[in-house]
Ligand binder design. Structure first.
Ligand code: TYD
Length: 407
């Protein structure tokens, strides 16, 4: 049974950056109520109300996976690891974005699936056959008929985006070779609980997975989890290695270890999620206090990274352009737009975060890149600049404590 444990209030589509703030645009802005549930049977954490995928994943999709060096290296590593496992590679990626993963493969050995048409165009142009469609059983049939079964199926930050998981796994079961592996990674609910990173909840994250929940899900599809890894990416992720039940793969020790850890930390009990919700409420109050104090001393606050996650923080904590003067972000197609719901202007770092501006406070919207950003902006910190973060606790990072934060 699904039980609501957290209410993050009225939220926009995180990917809907606004070009202007005229009356018509504002009147058309879409909002929904973001409530989070725990299924006491399957142990799966999901949004109560799913936003229609077509509203989020369309030709306007802004995120570019290849714009992050950290993610490019990450994909290089996992593709090398997977390539070593098979002599002849037949690889399928579900949610290929702008090709950050498939660029590591020979064009003939990969089929990509990407429903955002602006992104599918990019990988098609690069020479990778890309289906501009949502993954489902029907598409798996079509691809199987044309290209055969696959031995590597990869997906990063996509499976958690799909409301109907049944379609995903039916399609996987259909197209995965008997000795094939379905490898996917998504933000890990255990990291969210530990980091109080409630901003991992937004429209696109229909579910946040635990191993406990995934074990319950796959058993209906003749599949088994053979290995699992904890990753640092996206503020803490989990990677599953899944095969056919009858495959040659033995279940690795990691699986039991992680299951034990989840049980020890009560990820199978509603109470754990209720306690988390209490911490989230406290986090909101503390962050608001920090921002109010800085503002009352007439200081500017700039946002650093117009992440999707930060949309949840801004809208839940009632932070708008009165609190955050503007946000800087390296993604070109976010620049000169306004954040959804909170309506804060986004600028390029060159324009909005240079020495001449004498900025003293920056809210770390991209906290998942904390180390990378703190190292990059060490001169800003040495000149008296500070970062504000809410993960795991709202606090200020400055010259006094920065070394501890980078470690
Ligand atoms: P991402 O990690 O994809 O988070 P989300 O899924 O919540 O959107 O986004 C990181 C954003 O931060 C992306 O828009 C680029 C931006 N960014 C900077 O502007 N400067 C930086 O130095 C880094 C590392 C990221």
């Amino acid at each position: 049974m699904k039980k609501i444990f957290l209410n993050l209030g009225r939220q926009p589509i995180t990917n809907s950056f606004l070009k202007k703030l005229d009356k018509k645009t504002l009147a058309n802005e879409f909002f929904y109520n973001l409530k989070i549930t725990f299924d006491t049977n399957t142990k799966l954490v999901s949004l109560l109300n799913f936003v229609k995928p077509e509203k989020m994943f369309n030709e306007k999709y802004a995120h570019r996976a290849s714009s992050s060096l950290t993610m490019m290296n990450h994909f290089k590593k996992i593709s090398l690891k997977l390539k070593k496992k098979f002599k002849e590679i037949r690889c399928l990626e579900i949610g290929s974005n702008d090709g950050a993963f498939i660029r590591n493969f020979n064009k003939k050995s990969v089929i990509a699936v990407e429903p955002c048409k602006n992104l599918a165009v990019i990988t098609n142009k690069l020479g990778y056959t890309t289906y501009p469609k949502f993954w489902n059983f029907e598409l798996s049939e079509k691809i199987k008929k044309k290209h055969g079964k696959m031995n590597i199926i990869f997906s990063s930050n996509t499976i958690s985006h799909v409301p109907k998981l049944d379609e995903i796994f039916k399609g996987i079961e259909n197209i995965l070779k008997d000795d094939g592996l379905f490898v996917f990674e998504d933000p890990y609910i255990y990291s969210v609980l530990k980091n109080n990173s409630y901003d991992q909840f937004y429209d696109e994250h229909a579910h946040l997975f635990s191993l406990l929940a995934m074990k319950n899900i796959v058993k209906s599809y003749n599949l088994k989890i053979v290995n699992v890894e904890k990753l640092d990416t996206h503020g803490g992720s989990i990677r599953f290695y899944i095969s056919k039940i009858s495959s040659k793969y033995k279940v690795q020790k990691n699986v039991k270890k992680m299951l034990d850890l989840e049980i020890k930390n009560n990820l199978n009990h509603l109470k754990t999620y209720k306690l988390f919700a209490t911490r989230v409420k406290k986090s909101k109050i503390k962050l608001q206090k920090i921002l109010n104090k800085i503002k009352s001393s007439n200081n500017k606050i700039v946002g650093y990274g117009a992440t999707y996650k930060s949309a949840t923080v801004y809208n839940y904590c009632n932070i708008n352009a009165k609190k955050i003067n503007y946000i800087v972000d390296t993604t070109i197609n976010k620049q000169n737009k306004f954040t959804p719901g909170s309506h804060i202007k986004i600028k390029s770092p060159e324009k909005g975060f240079n020495n001449k501006l004498n900025i003293k406070f920056a809210f770390l919207g991209a906290w998942n890149f904390k180390r990378e950003i703190l190292k990059k902006e060490m001169n800003y910190i040495k000149n008296g600049g500070a970062f504000i973060t809410h993960v795991p606790e709202p606090r200020i990072i400055n010259l006094k404590n920065v070394n501890k934060e980078i470690r």
